[in-house]
Design a protein around this ligand. Sequence first.
Ligand SMILES: *[C@@H]1O[C@H](CO)[C@@H](O)[C@H](O)[C@H]1NC(C)=O
Ligand SMILES: *[C@@H]1O[C@H](CO)[C@@H](O)[C@H](O)[C@H]1NC(C)=O
Ligand SMILES: *[C@@H]1O[C@H](CO)[C@@H](O)[C@H](O)[C@H]1NC(C)=O
Ligand SMILES: *[C@@H]1O[C@H](CO)[C@@H](O)[C@H](O)[C@H]1NC(C)=O
Length: 244
Amino acid sequence: MVLLLPNKSLSFAILCLLLVHHVNTGILSFSKITTNCTGGNYIDSSIFSTNLNSLLSTFNSKSSYSNYTYQTSGTVYGLFFYTGDLSQDNCQACIQSAIKNISEKCPSSKQAIIWYDYCELRYFDTNFFGFPDTNGFPMINPYENTSSSRPIEVMSQLVKEAPSQQPVMFSYRGFPPESLYALAQCSSYLTTEGCSCCLTTILANIKACCTMRKGWRYLATSCWIRYEATSFLQNLQGTYIELT
Ligand SMILES: *[C@@H]1O[C@H](CO)[C@@H](O)[C@H](O)[C@H]1NC(C)=O
Ligand SMILES: *[C@@H]1O[C@H](CO)[C@@H](O)[C@H](O)[C@H]1NC(C)=O
Ligand SMILES: *[C@@H]1O[C@H](CO)[C@@H](O)[C@H](O)[C@H]1NC(C)=O
Ligand SMILES: *[C@@H]1O[C@H](CO)[C@@H](O)[C@H](O)[C@H]1NC(C)=O
């Protein structure tokens, strides 16, 4: 495979770095993309229900100062994470919507996942920490196609980079002249290897269905990839890289 994004030292030689400060200060509006409610029902006022409420309330306060969390409350295992480009204010707003909506959409479920554009919340009655879960779904832009191989080339690079990013396994690129914006992200309970395995799997899923689409995502339980022709990235204090 030909990689058009060379390694870092090479890129400084032949690429022009454009510094773009794009700071989004407003609060985004968050509507859920989908939910997956499984695992049977718990009973109101049970120990499970008490533990779950306590976990969600901890998440509510943690979302104001933490990039991600995974923790247990009794026998309930849970986590949230949001994309590495989101501001703390927006993180909190996203997680608060998720907490509200997960209770409405998955009432009494012992296992639930809710996906948003920029964050995900999950709780289970079994220990899932450390296991990459590639169950999920693709999304496409149905209105426009492309014959360019660049989105896949760029995403292949991000899939290689994201697992080694710390503390948040998140990698992105924006190429404004090419109308190409992309990110790869893992949930933070994964190891570097688990993240790599998850991202590689969902990239293969996209290759199998969607490369002709001008805009696609794959949102798995443990990792995400997203490519769009218009910028969806928030708060990029880093660099956009433009090919010269
Ligand atoms: C979130 O992660 C970024 C690095 O990806 C870090 O610079 C920032 O301090 C973190 N914020 C919090 C609240 O931990
Ligand atoms: C989700 O939560 C938001 C508030 O955070 C609320 O406005 C919306 O109605 C909720 N949607 C559902 C489907 O529960
Ligand atoms: C929902 O969960 C079930 C059971 O774990 C799984 O088989 C399915 O693939 C999940 N769906 C999504 C969209 O993750
Ligand atoms: C894009 O390509 C797919 C698969 O070839 C086709 O089904 C679809 O109609 C095309 N959409 C547009 C907007 O051209």
